[in-house]
Design a protein around this ligand. Structure first.
Ligand code: KIV
Length: 286
């Protein structure tokens, strides 16, 4: 029988990962490290995304389309968002995950008043979210300030805001032309000044989102169909796994096509974003 000598080197310990936090995300932004985000709606996919080193997990109201078969996010309720945020948070806790968890405030849950927004945000925070996301600029600025003053981190969302798809006339690029670009720019600055600590830019011309990213020094931009110049990227999980039931948006890449597992596809996404290989402006921007 052979025995390992007493002086045998200890097996290497897995690197301890610190939980993602607002200061850590700010540090990454300051250092120019791209932030990665994916949506997830259940415990298992969330844990796999965390294992793939995705930094931020968004329980998006896109769950209305990908999980509930709705034709838009308009029909998603606060109770559905609470339920899925709870499932994801539980999965992350069980996996001793480090990801930063964002819960999406659904249509109608923050539109009546700042107080209504606070009540809705509390529901998602108590389900395990670290931050809430809400769509729109202008009228939302006071709501963002109200939530931030009460200790709730907020991610804002400009450009194509799917909850207002009917008012926008479809899923179209936003911020095209001088006037629209100026309006979007002033809304983005107001949201930063109100304390938003992240800003999703969806389907915004690449040049505009790159300019905003440089200007918004305290509020990292997270792009989706907004070119390569943002501080980070987000994709809908089912899209990046090539599981879209409808038409695949032009800006999406199917990372599953070259991977052997879901975790492998997510790791490829993280690497591609970090190394600036995704998105490729010529292919994925307007
Ligand atoms: O609901 C969602 O998935 C989103 C992302 C597209 C940013 O808002």
């Amino acid at each position: 029988m052979t025995h390992a000598p007493d002086h045998a080197p200890a097996a290497p310990r897995p690197a301890v990962r610190k939980p993602l936090s607002l200061p850590r995300l700010r540090e990454m932004h300051a250092q120019g490290e791209k932030i990665t985000m994916l949506t997830a709606y259940d415990a298992t996919f969330a844990a796999v995304a965390d294992a793939a080193r995705v930094e931020c997990i968004l329980v998006g109201d896109s769950l209305g389309m990908v999980c509930q078969g709705l034709s838009s996010t308009v029909g998603v309720t606060l109770e559905s968002m609470r339920h899925h945020t709870d499932c994801v948070a539980r999965g992350l806790r069980r996996a001793q995950a480090t990801a930063w968890l964002i819960g999406d405030l659904p249509f109608g849950s923050y539109h009546e008043s700042k107080e209504q927004a606070l009540r809705s945000a509390v529901v998602l925070m108590q389900a395990g979210a670290h931050m809430v996301k809400l769509e729109g600029g202008g009228w939302t600025t006071d709501t963002v300030r109200f939530l931030v003053e009460r200790g709730i981190p907020v991610c804002a969302h400009l450009g194509l805001t799917p909850q207002t798809v009917h008012a926008l006339g479809g899923y179209r690029v936003q911020g095209r032309g001088d006037e629209a670009a100026a309006a979007l720019t002033s809304q983005a600055h107001a949201l930063q000044d109100a304390g938003a600590s992240m800003l999703v830019l969806e389907m915004v011309p690449a040049a505009l989102s790159a300019a905003l990213t440089k200007e918004l020094t305290h509020c990292p931009t997270i792009g989706i169909g907004a070119g390569a110049g943002t501080a980070g990227q987000v994709l809908v999980l089912h899209d990046m796994l090539g599981m879209n039931l409808g038409r695949m948006p032009k800006f999406v890449h199917n990372f599953m096509a070259e991977a052997h597992s879901v975790q492998g596809a997510m790791q490829a996404y993280v690497r591609a974003v970090k190394e600036g290989r995704f998105p490729v402006d010529a292919l994925h921007a307007w």
